[in-house]
Design a binder for this molecule. Structure first.
Ligand code: NAD
Length: 342
């Protein structure tokens, strides 16, 4: 194996430190973290405690010839400048999502990536989430027929976390936070142009940025998707609810609890018996008879690469194709730009 890629972490906050403790070790021997640069003295001290070298300035990182790549895990409004400076100094870049504040910023980054020939890759890690990969298998293999309705939700009751996420100029708000993940998953899943988009932002908490949203997308291939992020939901709806032409699947949570039911292929099944519903009677909404449906296990989640950083390593060292491609990231950014204008 070639030598590991030596990284510096720019922004050793919640996510920067999680990369070091949890995500990067998944590609052990390929990625080596040398040190950190954070504008917070407290975070620098914490990094030092964890055995990482402290760089005094960003300049010091960029002029260190032993550093081959940087991870940018700062608030969203700093991504562009930091990425451009790094590539101009001859470093590869892994950038946290959202890649930038808007498509215009991303285009400036991509132009520099092109000029410098450095690798620039965005950490769209939720392409590796097992719940999403199950839905992706269902979509590709048509296990419950063609999926035509996809509902993807994350709902919490803790409001907008932290400090900068409440502030517009730092790229706060939930569309630029969880929204990026859910839209990235959706566009990676449904390979069809978008026909129409609607979005309703929530400002329940009184911040200048959205604390959630409900959006509805229609793709040219007919797929309908509802994407929702909520931070004021004291009880929540399933993470995924998808309908196929032959069945329905529901994944409750990241623990992969849920169920998948399809129509059985049996002929001449008994018609459902009418049930009392509220104060009325219904046959339409009665459960199907036992022999009319079949319960199926979820498929195994499958990934092309075991981890983001293994892929990054092979992109840098062996010219492999990135799992997260910049033109895909750009499509999500364009979609978000459009949603922001609504
Ligand atoms: P955070 O506030 O916990 O950490 C940000 C850190 O960056 C802080 O320690 C801060 O001092 C430092 N910082 C700010 N400006 C800097 C600069 N110019 N140079 C160096 N350091 C600077 O925030 P976070 O939750 O870690 O989020 C950081 C980034 O990671 C955001 O872009 C966020 O969207 C992303 N994120 C991604 C995921 C994911 O699952 N992919 C999860 C959480 C956060």
């Amino acid at each position: 194996m070639n030598k590991p890629i030596h990284f510096a972490i720019i922004g050793y906050g919640g996510m920067g430190s999680y990369h070091v403790s949890t995500i990067m070790p998944q590609a052990e021997q390929r990625i080596q973290v040398v040190g950190t640069y954070d504008i917070s003295g407290e975070r620098q001290a914490f990094a030092k405690q964890n055995g990482l070298r402290n760089y005094e300035s960003y300049e010091a990182v960029l002029t260190d010839p032993t550093i081959e790549a940087v991870l940018i895990a700062t608030p969203n409004d700093c991504h562009k400048e930091l990425a451009i400076q790094a590539m101009k100094a001859g470093k590869h870049v892994v950038c946290e999502k959202p890649v930038a504040m808007n498509t215009q910023e991303l285009d400036e980054i991509l132009q520099v990536a092109k000029e410098t020939q450095q690798i620039f890759m965005v950490h769209q890690n939720r392409r590796w989430d097992p719940d999403f990969l199950i839905i992706r298998e269902l979509y590709k293999k048509q296990t419950i027929g063609e999926l035509f309705q996809i509902e993807s939700r994350v709902q919490g009751a803790n409001g907008i976390p932290g400090d900068w996420r409440h502030v517009k100029k730092h790229g706060g708000g939930m569309l630029l936070d969880w929204g990026v993940h859910l839209l990235d998953q959706l566009l990676w899943l449904v390979d069809s142009p978008i026909k129409s988009v609607d979005i309703d932002f929530s400002y329940i908490l009184g911040d200048e940025v959205d604390d959630g949203f409900i959006s509805y997308l229609i793709f040219e291939n007919g797929v309908r998707a509802l994407v929702e992020v909520g931070t004021t939901n004291y009880t929540k709806l399933p993470r995924w609810y998808v309908k196929g032409t032959n069945g329905t699947a529901k994944i409750e949570d990241w623990d992969l609890s849920g169920e998948m039911v399809s129509a059985s292929q049996k002929q001449n099944v008994a018609a459902p018996a009418p049930i009392q519903a509220g104060v009325g009677l219904t046959k339409t909404m009665a459960p199907p008879s036992e022999e009319a449906t079949i319960r199926l296990p979820f498929p195994e989640p499958k990934t092309e690469y075991p981890s983001f950083y293994q892929n990054f390593y092979e992109v840098v060292r062996e010219g492999a194709e990135p799992v997260v491609k910049n033109d895909e990231v750009r499509k999500v950014m364009q979609l978000i730009d459009g949603m922001m204008r609504k």
